[in-house]
Ligand binder design. Structure first.
Ligand code: PMT
Length: 391
């Protein structure tokens, strides 16, 4: 039994919060509700109280509530704080750290994980301000699940619908590490991010990888119960809950960290490892001169290929292939050359490297699966399901 603090925001989708409470209670969890002023325009405190069989909290200034249970306590006694529906306004106030009502005060005061299920008009969801706020929240460690696509109450069509309550329940249980633990007992090794290859003490060779796709995969497999070792190049991302993170800078350091993390049941090599490094980095900052310095480059170890040949080769070895042309053809060649089981062929001609979404194709011994363009977390969850099937 887990304790869920459910914050119901103001939107037509608030009615789905009633079904969510029913599902959460059916799964054995305790639910306490906080209803915002906007939420109260769509559902009543009485409805939520009847479904949750708990008092419903609505106001920061309700002295009776403060006497019975201070708001700090309310958010800290929960195992997870869930915001559903999370409106554009609520997400913006969360991202800005504003605490001007009970819901936002609880969200700022909590030391527990937070999961938000957004619901809003498609234009609001796609607005740069909302995109920025969601990015900021994810960077702060909040799990923001993707809204569904489809017709909306306002008559428009696109992403922005609150996911079905069953899908929110699944995301909640994954975040809590309960429910379907298909990878329990498995050790999964994930590499993520770029490597930095020094030229001198202040300059380096790098690439545009943000680490997002790899971190999302680490989170998705950890959510399914795997023990995860995440070997991360230099990125500014919070460690996904439940993962052991090893920070490295160069390809050689990454190769060593990967070798030390073995044995593993599966290895997912998402890192954009630099293919070359300078033969020797200058000990002092190179001085600007009339002639640009000639950099002698030498190949870096190919970590994926090394794992493919290792006596400790993981049972499932998955590589990524970042390509800008003839994506599947190159990925297929890499699968054979590196002795990988699967290659996730990644078209990086757009902004997949560094961006929020990814378009991939899964190349296996059975052929090529074409996946639609998806948020990186959705790619990660889909891949995690496939990994669980394979293991
Ligand atoms: O980090 P993001 O901004 O979220 O972007 C994600 C991503 C685009 C970086 C990611 O999805 C991706 O495609 N990663 C692979 C990038 C890459 O280096 O591809 P590659 O085709 O050069 O390498 C093929 C495979 O060999 C990869 O699994 C890579 O990790 C591995 N490799 C490459 C070189 C090397 N020296 N050692 C390796 O292990």
């Amino acid at each position: 039994m887990k304790r869920i603090l459910l914050i119901v925001g103001g939107g037509i989708a608030a009615y789905k919060a009633c079904e969510l409470i029913r599902l959460l209670r059916g799964a054995g969890h305790q639910v306490r509700c906080v209803l915002t002023d906007g939420g109260a325009q769509f559902v009543t405190p009485m409805t939520l109280a009847a479904l949750s069989e708990q008092p419903v909290h609505t106001s920061l200034w309700d002295l009776k509530d403060e006497a019975e249970m201070g708001h700090i306590q309310l958010s800290r006694q929960a195992d997870l704080v869930v915001v559903a529906p999370a409106t554009a306004d609520l997400l913006a106030r969360m991202a800005a750290g504003i605490a001007d009502d009970l819901a936002t005060t609880l969200l700022l005061a909590t030391d527990k994980p937070v999961l938000a299920a957004p619901a809003m008009n498609v234009r609001m969801w796609l607005h740069p301000a909302t995109v920025r706020n969601v990015d900021r929240l994810r960077g702060d460690g909040v799990t923001v699940i993707e809204p569904d696509q489809g017709p909306m109450a306002c008559g428009e069509h696109g992403p922005g619908r609150l996911p079905e309550p069953a899908a929110i329940l699944a995301a909640i249980e994954a975040r809590l590490g309960v429910g379907c633990q298909r990878l329990a007992g498995k050790h999964v090794l994930v590499t993520a991010g770029p490597t930095h290859e020094p030229i001198d003490p202040v300059r380096y060779i790098a690439n545009r990888s943000s680490g997002r796709q790899g971190f999302a995969i680490a989170q998705a497999v950890a959510d399914m119960g795997a023990r995860v070792t995440l070997v991360a190049g230099p990125v500014a991302l919070p460690t996904p809950p439940g993962c052991t993170r090893i920070d490295v800078e160069t390809a050689v350091e990454m190769a060593n960290a990967v070798a030390q993390a073995l044995p593993a049941d599966a290895a997912i090599m998402v890192a954009a490892v630099a293919d070359w490094r300078t033969e020797s980095a200058a000990g002092q900052k190179l001085k600007k001169a009339a002639m640009a310095p000639a950099l002698a480059l030498v190949p870096n170890p190919d970590i994926l290929a090394m794992l493919g040949q290792s006596p400790h080769r993981p049972r499932l070895l998955v590589g990524f292939a970042a390509e800008t042309e003839r994506v599947v053809e190159h990925a297929t060649a890499k699968r054979a050359a590196k002795n990988a089981d699967w290659i996730v062929a990644n078209d990086v001609s757009g902004d997949a490297m560094g961006g929020n979404d990814n378009r991939v194709q899964l190349v296996t011994a059975d052929g090529v699966e074409h996946w639609p363009q998806l948020p990186k977390m959705a790619v990660a969850q889909r891949l995690a399901e496939r990994i669980a099937d394979a293991l």
